[in-house]
Design a protein around this ligand. Structure first.
Ligand code: CA
Ligand code: CA
Ligand code: CA
Ligand code: CA
Length: 569
């Protein structure tokens, strides 16, 4: 990609006796760290409909989610955007559509929604989780909703089939459950991706919270609605799913689930779940493996793990979540974004099934005091080998500015860069788009132009999405890997990756989920900084494989596919 200045210009500048710092500033000026790509350049002209009404029905302010996923397996990640639709409180004046945008491999996208058969329009859509649940090599989509969710099976020929009822995931199964974030992961290590779905409140459209100071209805705080149980489905391997959370802590822990990440908090090889709840404590479901009855035992430990409540024991409004080995010690740390005045939490793993909130030491708490956070993601945006953080924000109440002096409805994105083991707020230097305000909800990451610098897309409530092209880390090197499981689940969710470069060992667990209502590029980009060689790369495939492979003589600055048991290609 473009460096902003050519080598000839660089020589001219250097020859004129100007320092490197000035050159860097000039470069940054021509290419912001993250660049907003407008619809007339990207071709992404879809706009979310939030169905905003004078009654202020709560689902209106909760969407939308978005996804980066390669639906046609051409090696270029495509984009899926979720729209609202008909419901018991809303009849669209004209049919509403989700959007599937095919990547044209030149920085532009083509709308292929109708041809692909994923327009939806049957319920009030919320979020999306992409995953290859039948291991046929093509990513499928689960679209959550207020109302009936939809499972789209990818036929492998550019089209999808709605298999929701056949799969056992239809309206009847979800009665009384408003599905929000969902995640594909293999909890029982049988090589097939299972599905966890966050269930938000038991919503009733006839409940109004009265009028605000303006004499108008406003969005009820979810506190007034009853909590519900989130749902875990086992993949039976024949295209059907069985609800398997009954009788477990997942069913017993009533919540108002908005965000979920599947990760392994105690490194025992079994994937756990961290769920953010709105106005109710968060839940950390630890997977204890199969019990004597043959069923997986889930133990909810958030209170003891110190990730359930704020430091002074308050339940907060948890919305987005993520997990990553932020501090490069081999253990998964957690993150929760909350509503304004509550501050967000960065939970450092104490390696004993407990965590310490280090948001203050990492400038995260201060920067988020007036913010409400939804989509978020840990990733090494500049490929220097250290994990960074991107946050999408926006207040749920569109009239908040009428009765709060400090809190805004639209809020800026926030970017944190990791330096010397601490996260630093670099939003002011990250580009003009970080000075803009958005009603942001979903956020997904993916490298849509295959330059190894991971890009992002943000879903805005009632507006167009924002595509962010990443121009950072031009002098840093990387290796992109797409893992393909054979014995283990094909998406290799749960794989452990380690790489050694420049005298530093890095590790990464292939988590799934995270953010809010959104789903990310399945590929992993491994940053190695200025070093021009990866000494070795190790992949430990999840069970039922468990195989460990070690690779040397790897290329850099390109993507490779690694099939379980084979050499990279
Ligand atoms: Ca594609
Ligand atoms: Ca499974
Ligand atoms: Ca970094
Ligand atoms: Ca990129």
């Amino acid at each position: 990609m473009r460096f902003g200045v050519t080598r000839r210009e660089w020589l001219a500048v250097a020859g004129a006796g100007l320092g490197a710092a000035r050159l860097l500033r000039a470069t940054a000026g021509s290419a912001p760290m993250f660049e907003e790509i407008p619809p007339d350049v990207s071709g992404i002209r879809w706009v979310h409909t939030n169905a905003l009404s004078p009654s202020r029905y709560l689902p209106e302010t909760m969407g939308p989610g978005c996804a980066f996923f390669d639906y046609d397996n051409d090696g270029w990640t495509d984009i899926f955007l979720v729209n609202s639709g008909p419901s018991d409180f809303y009849t669209p004046p004209s049919p509403l559509k989700n959007a599937l945008y095919k990547n044209n491999r030149d920085g532009t996208f083509t709308d292929v929604t109708d041809k692909a058969g994923v327009a939806g329009g049957v319920s009030f859509g919320m979020g999306v989780a992409a995953g290859d649940y039948d291991n046929d090599g093509f990513a499928d989509l689960f679209v959550t909703a207020y109302g009936r969710p939809t499972l789209y099976h990818n036929n492998g020929d550019g089209t999808f089939t709605d298999v929701t009822e056949k799969a056992g995931l239809g309206a009847k199964t979800f009665e009384g459950h408003w599905s929000t974030s969902a995640v594909w992961f293999d909890y029982d290590n049988d090589g097939k991706l299972d599905l966890f779905v966050c269930s938000f409140v038991d919503y009733n459209k006839s409940v109004s919270c009265g009028d605000n100071q303006l004499g108008r209805h406003f969005y009820c705080i979810p506190r007034v609605f009853k909590p519900t149980s989130s749902l875990l489905f086992h993949n039976n391997g024949d295209g059907t799913f069985t609800l398997t959370s009954q009788g477990t802590d997942i069913e017993k822990s009533l919540g108002k689930g908005l965000g979920v990440v599947a990760t392994d908090i105690n490194n025992d090889g079994r994937m756990d779940l961290f769920v953010a709840n709105d106005t109710v404590q968060n839940y950390l479901y630890v997977n204890r493996g199969k019990g004597a009855n043959g069923k997986t035992k889930w133990e909810e430990i958030a209170l003891a793990a110190q990730v359930g409540f704020s430091e002074n024991g308050q339940a907060r409004s948890g919305m987005g979540v993520d997990a990553a080995d932020v501090f490069n010690n081999g253990w998964q740390d957690l993150f929760v974004a909350n509503v304004d005045q509550e501050m967000y939490s960065l939970y450092k793993n104490n390696k004993d099934e407990s965590f310490t909130d280090v948001a203050h030491q990492n400038s995260v708490a201060q920067a988020t005091r007036l913010m409400s956070g939804w989509g978020l993601r840990f990733f090494d945006y500049d490929n220097d080998g250290a994990v960074d953080l991107l946050l999408a924000n926006g207040h749920p109440d569109d009239m908040i500015e009428n009765y709060s002096r400090q809190v805004r409805y639209k809020e800026p994105l926030l970017l944190f860069h990791q330096e010397n083991g601490k996260l630093r707020n670099v939003s002011a230097d990250a580009g003009p788009v970080f000075a803009k305000m958005f009603p942001a909800r979903g956020l997904a990451i993916g490298d849509y132009n295959n330059d190894g610098r991971v890009d992002a897309i943000v879903g805005n409530n009632g507006g167009p999405p924002v595509l962010l092209k990443n121009n950072t880390g031009q002098s840093n090197h990387w290796l992109g890997i797409k893992l393909e499981g054979v014995k283990c689940n094909r998406d290799a969710v749960g794989a452990r990756i380690a790489w050694f470069a420049g005298g530093v060992k890095h590790t990464r667990l292939k988590n799934n989920g995270g953010s809010y209502l959104s789903s990310h590029d399945v590929r992993e980009v491994l940053g190695i900084g200025r070093t021009e060689k990866i000494d070795w790369l190790e992949v430990e495939w999840p069970q039922p494989s468990g195989a460990k492979q070690r690779f040397t003589n790897l290329p850099i600055d390109r993507y490779v596919t690694i099939v379980e048991g084979k050499q990279p290609s």
